[in-house]
Write a protein that binds this ligand. Sequence first.
Ligand SMILES: Nc1ncnc2c1ncn2[C@@H]1O[C@H](COP(=O)(O)OP(=O)(O)O)[C@@H](O)[C@H]1O
Ligand SMILES: [Mg+2]
Length: 387
Amino acid sequence: MKSNMLRVGSGSQDPVIVRASPAMRDLCAYAARVAAGDAKVFLTGESGVGKDLIARYIHARSPRAARPFVAVNCAAFTETLLETELFGHTRGSFTGAYRDRPGLLQLAHRGTIFLDEVGEMSLRMQSHLLRFLESGEIQTVGGAGSSQVDVRVITATNRNLAERVATGQFREDLLYRIKVIHLHIPPLRERREDIRALVERAIARSGRPIRLTQEALKALERYRWPGNVRELQNVVERLVWMSATDEVALQVLPEQVRVSSAAGLQPKRERRRQLADDLYHALVGSHYCFWDHIHPLFLRRDMTRHDLRQLVHRGLATTRGNYRALLKLFGMPESEYKRFMNFLAAHECVVDFHPFRVETEPVRASASAGETASPRRGGPLAPREVA
Ligand SMILES: Nc1ncnc2c1ncn2[C@@H]1O[C@H](COP(=O)(O)OP(=O)(O)O)[C@@H](O)[C@H]1O
Ligand SMILES: [Mg+2]
């Protein structure tokens, strides 16, 4: 999250971590052991799984707990800004540098620095960081001297850094340096035992005496939670404030949750038609975006090519065969036209738009009927727009 660009605090309170699943229990036990030492920790996992939380937990359990915990979101700064943020600058080193300023690494002295989204660092910053990790020395921007600091380094990313190494975007030597201890936090859908406990905790924190029906809880357990714990907290928070009664039933759950729950329950054929319908409503009614919400389902094979075609079919029916309008309908900017069409073509899911145009044309006298009613033949896979 860009808003949490940077936080500095003693961070000594032990954060509460819900761990009903064996996976989370093991992970916390491991993290607690790791906390005792000084080894660099590398946290991976999708957005919202709890990487921040685990970083704090490790700090809070470490001998450094009384010292600062400094969190930096590397993606939130430009290269030069990140450099001065981390390493500080001396007076006059650039326009606006009126006085010496210590960097966050210095502020974290004897504590912990948490470098979030480390995969986004530029190659130049990566080499600065590497130099620091090798020497423990800080070279202030514009400064002549250098100083030694004692900081424990925890890094996190939701990217596949091995892939970035392969494409030359991340230094392999740096990856080895930061990845002394690697903790992977699995997505929430792979540890569904945590869901109820997390819901309970979120409700308890709201202070409202809300109770979910068994049916509603089951639906929450079945849902895929692409946004993981963060999404779950948002959903519960909204429920708490939206529900008129103290009991929350299935019907009150957000559409995306009900959709996936219903999809899991129905017989297959029924399910398929329903799925395309539900996804369509989620896209159009709840302002979902195709790439964020539908594409992942497709990649995970939660929906088939047939489902995708059905969805496009529904969209074209609404836009009268206009693919550009369909893009908008599905929450995509116009600039994604090519990407979307290529995606459909690659999966053989391009639906011919001509019938939709014909169908919606007002019935005319036979003189012009020939022209509107005959669908153009063949054509390339990616249909060209007529305007
Ligand atoms: N196991 C957990 N128990 C309690 N709260 C959690 C747990 N995992 C994540 N959270 C909460 O979910 C939200 C997102 O977690 P965060 O650590 O910011 O995720 P990430 O850094 O991986 O995106 C935070 O409010 C965090 O406190
Ligand atoms: Mg985070």
